[in-house]
Design a protein around this ligand. Structure first.
Ligand code: ADP
Length: 448
């Protein structure tokens, strides 16, 4: 049983989890930093406790205070959302030690998969195709050169503890490897407190396609098809769609099966995402990593399958077996998500915190808004800049695109600059409209 769920997060994901909890008859409570006392989750949760000053290290990452809040409020479970403590195995362990259910996978799975080099090894052994590269972390430059020569340049050096699109370095020529290797290790140490790096073949022009999975604590694993997240800027996703317009049924099936295999190999037991790079020409796909959390883009999967992923996560955390079988999971129509960020696309996407004076959201058939803001709300400068997700569903891709265009046209945000004008441009681009776009799409068409 879970009767009170503490949400250790903020913004739109805190609101999303409050909604799921309430619909399940669970009391949602939140923690917040001093910068978030007027935030939407604080207004709509049943109870809220301030856990510290604005910097995340002193509030949303300071888990002693979060655990104290859970005890004070008698919460019997904690949902970490995404970011912050969502993929911190020590936090999951601390919850367990206090007999508080962690709404996420077991700490061991988080630990294994959080180390990207280890994760690759585990899934490769299970027979999942991975990007060619080093077997685990690389310790010396000589070792790096040996592997780079073997797989051929260009290569990418990645931080094993990396995430959020950070800690990656592409190397095109042999003579640049030594410097790049040393830089990458130093950077990884500074950014993630762990200097371990590994090497992969740099895939020339891939799509980023990921598979949503659900796994329970009884060994059942299902997949819920793919999301195409290739519209990226600096390796960060901006627009996602489901299904991918370019996958054939056979490849879709194979990727789904590979994702289930990966989750089983890691003894996974929650909602999770298995990420692949996909080669449009050869139709080959390669595992890059598994994310052990609910993701920003989860709603597009919910809209095409009718499965509420947050409710499923909570049910799994309670120990219930999955109530859906693979053969019952069907796809309906097409769904697209635009991330509406408080950023100025005409000024290199610089963050634009400040007071939102107008906030009029689109509606009508097939439109869903997951947002953490309201008119008159002041966006604090301390956290990530996403303020809303505009999610549209259509019976096919064409209808979803037309619906997105009209929804973007209706969306009025004043007081701050937002990424709405950028999205409007993307929806005019013929490469985007063709569905054939890759992870280089934004660089090629918008970063001139
Ligand atoms: P993070 O954990 O930081 O999100 P990922 O390993 O998921 O890092 O990679 C993020 C993005 O970086 C991918 O979606 C892709 O665009 C690019 N990328 C990662 N590895 C490769 C590779 N081997 N070849 C080409 N692009 C890559």
């Amino acid at each position: 049983m879970i009767s009170k769920l503490l949400i250790a997060n903020r913004g739109e994901i805190a609101v999303r989890i409050i909604r799921a909890a309430r619909e399940l008859g669970i009391i949602p409570v939140v923690v917040y930093s001093e910068a978030d006392k007027d935030s939407l989750p604080v207004k709509i949760a049943d109870q809220a406790i301030c856990i510290g000053p604005p910097p995340a290290t002193e509030s949303y990452l300071y888990y002693q205070n979060i655990l104290s809040a859970a005890i004070t409020l008698s919460a019997d479970a904690i949902h970490p959302g995404y970011g912050f403590l969502a993929e911190n195995p020590a936090f999951a362990e601390a919850c367990r030690a206090l007999n508080i259910k962690f709404v996420g996978p077991n700490p061991l799975a988080i630990r294994k998969l959080g180390d990207k080099a280890t994760a690759k090894k585990i899934v490769k052994e299970a027979g999942v195709p991975v990007v060619p590269g080093s077997d685990g972390v690389i310790k010396t430059y000589d070792e790096a050169m040996e592997i780079a020569r073997e797989i051929g340049f260009p290569i990418i050096i990645k931080a094993s503890a990396g995430g959020g699109g950070r800690g990656m370095r592409i190397v095109y020529r042999e003579e640049d490897l030594e410097n790049a290797f040393n830089f990458a290790a130093t950077e990884a140490q500074q950014a993630f407190g762990d200097s371990s790096v590994y090497i992969e073949k740099y895939i020339a022009n891939p799509k980023h396609i990921e598979i949503q999975i659900l796994a329970d604590k009884h060994g059942n694993v299902v997949h819920l098809f793919e999301r195409d997240c290739s519209v990226q800027r600096r390796h960060q996703k901006l627009i996602e769609e489901a299904p991918s317009f370019v996958l054939d049924e056979e490849t879709r099936q194979k990727m789904g099966e590979a994702a289930v295999k990966a989750a089983k190999a890691a003894n996974y037991d929650s909602a999770g995402t298995v990420e692949f790079l996909y080669n449009l020409e050869t139709k080959e796909f390669y595992f890059i990593e598994m994310n052990t959390r609910i993701q920003v883009e989860h709603p597009i999967t919910e809209e095409i399958t009718g499965v509420d992923l947050i409710k499923q996560q909570i049910r799994i955390a309670k120990g219930e077996p999955l109530d859906i079988k693979q053969e019952d999971i069907k796809r309906y129509g097409h769904c697209i998500e635009c991330r509406i960020n408080a950023e100025d696309p005409s000024n290199n996407f610089a963050p634009t915190p400040g007071k939102i004076t107008q906030f009029i959201v689109p509606g009508g058939p097939g439109v869903r808004i997951d947002s953490g803001v309201y008119p008159g709300y002041t966006i604090p400068p301390y956290y990530d800049s996403m303020v809303a997700k505009l999610i549209v569903w259509g019976k096919n891709r064409k209808e979803a695109i037309n619906r997105m265009k009209r929804a973007l046209r209706e969306f009025i945000v004043e007081g701050i600059k937002s990424t709405i004008p950028f999205h409007q441009e993307v929806f005019k681009n013929s490469t985007f409209l063709s569905g054939q776009y890759t992870t280089h799409f934004i660089d090629k068409f918008f970063n001139k």
